[in-house]
Design a protein around this ligand. Structure first.
Ligand code: AMP
Ligand code: GLY
Length: 406
């Protein structure tokens, strides 16, 4: 069997790392740190299964184009991808599906937006409607900062067209958890929950990032809780998508906040989380190829099983991330990290090669080192032992990934 993974980041490295257990994998375009990367359009390749990694091509309709060629695709069409491509569309669908989520308003004009903001409980939460590379969400206690963000978003100054429509939400608080469901259009099965670390600095301080580390499973998140999310969020969402004529075959990633009034959906993503994929996917004991193949075929039969071991991933990022990452620094230590017993893999994201064919940094999040251990403490030790081997000028990593829940 042959599979094609579309994308070029750590998530796509993780997808190919697990898919290659039972298929030949090509990653397109991939990157110099991912084996079998080929800079060729997926429209020009034949394979048994196409798995789309990132949200932007999904929102742009790559799955539709591939399906029009008769290919089997894991990933929603442009219609379903609106769940991530438009926060306003997603929030409306959640309300229609009666899925618990923060109260919200959608605005294109400053005055009503600010009036609504002032009525909302703290913290103030402002989101771009469109895609903004994970940077379009502001959570703040400062009214001044919130009002100035509204102006900068709506004027187009901050995020171009993506911010000319905004969603303002009721501020909530509580622990966050990521649950990823594999969907075949009608049925869905959950993968093992993951804990992501969104903030840049230790103790969850600093700006929001794409994610600085993750672990799975999550102590305290029971199978019962996962099934509650499937019943109260994922399944009603799929039913509502069907009512809108949308056949959603792909992963539905629910970002959940455990508030004092119960779990609420913060957001949906239409792709695997990054770096959640680097801990969730390798824990799948059953065949990932078969699972995604069945979902893409609209015929989910497999119930995934997971290994007992814990996986922890630590992201190594460039100096200046997330605002202005410095790039072009020579990376060393990847093989030394891989040689440590218990290292699942060193996943490569923002990497390139220089004229001497050396691996250099080429983005904000550069590498994610995943360690496997019998406990959270052990997996954390292994992941950090691996991450300590990786080096380049200005490398930054959090020190407290998997510090909780041990
Ligand atoms: P999102 O991309 O919508 O998940 O937002 C990014 C992050 O902002 C989330 O992981 C939360 O930490 C925070 N956030 C989003 N919405 C809210 C909300 N309504 N209340 C409090 N924090 C939020
Ligand atoms: N780690 C968060 C995300 O993938 O959106």
């Amino acid at each position: 069997m042959k599979s094609v993974v579309v994308g070029s980041g750590g998530r796509e490295h993780a997808l190919s790392h697990v898919l290659k257990r039972d298929s030949d994998v090509i990653v397109t375009p991939g990157n110099p740190g991912i084996p079998n990367s080929k800079n060729i359009s997926p429209l020009e390749i034949d394979a048994d299964l196409f798995v789309i990694g990132p949200e932007a091509p999904l929102v742009a309709g790559i799955a539709d184009k591939l399906r029009a060629q008769g290919k089997l695709v894991f990933g929603p069409g442009a219609d379903g991808a609106q769940l991530e491509g438009s926060k306003a569309w997603m929030k409306d669908l959640l309300v229609e599906a009666n899925v618990p989520t923060a109260k919200h308003g959608t605005f294109t004009e400053e005055e009503p937006a600010i009036a609504f903001l002032r009525e909302m409980p703290l913290p103030y939460v402002i989101k771009t409607d469109g895609l903004a590379a994970g940077k379009g969400v502001l959570v703040t206690h400062s009214l001044q900062e919130a009002e100035s963000a509204i102006r900068n978003y709506l004027s187009g100054e901050a995020f171009g067209n993506a911010g000319k429509k905004i969603v303002i939400e009721e501020g909530m608080s509580g622990n966050e958890i990521s649950i990823l469901a594999i969907c075949d259009g009608e049925k869905a099965v959950a993968l093992s929950p993951a804990q992501d670390y969104k903030r840049l600095l230790d103790n969850d301080e600093g700006p929001n990032t794409g994610g600085m580390g993750a672990y799975s499973p999550v102590p305290g998140v029971s199978e019962k809780f996962v099934q509650k999310i499937m019943k109260e969020a994922i399944q009603p969402t799929l039913r509502t998508l069907i009512q809108r004529g949308i056949d959603y075959r792909g992963v539905l990633y629910a970002g959940i906040m455990h508030t004092k009034n119960g779990p609420k959906i913060l957001e949906y993503n239409v792709r695997f989380g990054d770096p959640e994929a680097q801990v969730v996917l390798p824990r799948i004991k059953t065949s990932l190829f078969e699972l995604l193949f069945e979902a893409a075929s609209g015929d989910l039969q497999t119930t995934p099983e997971f290994i007992k071991e814990v996986l922890v991933t630590v992201v190594c990022a460039s100096e200046g991330y997330p605002q202005a990452p410095q790039t072009g620094k020579i990376i060393t230590g990847i093989e030394e990290a891989r040689n440590i017993s218990g290292i699942e893999e060193v996943f490569c994201a923002g990497v390139a090669t220089n004229e001497h064919n050396e691996l250099i940094t080429n983005g904000g999040r550069v590498i994610a080192v995943t360690g496997k251990g019998s406990t959270h403490v052990r997996a954390k030790e292994i992941a950090y032992a691996g991450a300590e081997k990786i080096s380049w000028e200005g490398l930054y990593k959090r020190k407290d990934i998997a510090g909780a829940g041990q």
